[in-house]
Design a binder for this molecule. Sequence first.
Ligand SMILES: [Zn+2]
Length: 267
Amino acid sequence: MLTKKQLVSDILASGVIPGSALALHSSMKAVGLVDGGPDTLIEAFLEVLGRDGTLMVPTFTYGVKHQGRPFDPETSESVTGLLTEVFRKRPDAIRSIAPVHSVAAIGRLALELTRDHLYSTTLGRYSPYHRLAEAGGSIMLLGCDHNSNSIIHVAESLAEIPYIYTPTPGAPDGFHEIRQKDGRVKKIQLTEFTGCSKAFFRAEPVLRKAGAIRDGQIGDAKTQLMKGDELLKIMTPVLNSDPGLLLCPKPTCSYCRPREKTLNPDK
Ligand SMILES: [Zn+2]
């Protein structure tokens, strides 16, 4: 059974810097049994980051088709892991308003990272992950791999790969719904779309070769820590020269196959 004290010591040893902004992608199952559950792990991260630090997690919902109802920042469940669902319900957490890829943050930059998400891209330019990188923040993969590393979508957006404008199968017209505080439902239309991330594992050797990944361990889980701005600086030109790199090979993938066509319109 892992205690908060052990977790704090592991988090520090894994390279997390007090006072920094950190985006965390996590698998609680990989960490092992924690005394007090996800809240203890969250509190251990917050203790290391300190008063000047910020912790951000994905609280994605994947839109109305996935959830069966309009996005409501108060009640829509996060489908990106147990820790994120517990995190968004904490009284000090601020959740961004975005119908597909909302995030939640606690700490000094929480408001700055989560504001106006509806008016930026969902996971691209000026989105919370882009802002975190611009603010000098880092990304940690805790017990998961680069297929969960959402900031790589920001690199797709910065590289302006033509496929970012290909609507996703869940909302082919780009429309999503949000329940407002007064109960009314607002329809919004996205202009940039986030595709499949099943081939994001291909980013790992590129980042490793550039020395951008610091390995560590928290509990039983392996960790990879990287600076957001460094990742974008490495991945954006790589995607410019090889725009198909992150499309998965599955012949029936309803995200990647139409996207492939935008790269080779004559095929
Ligand atoms: Zn795919």
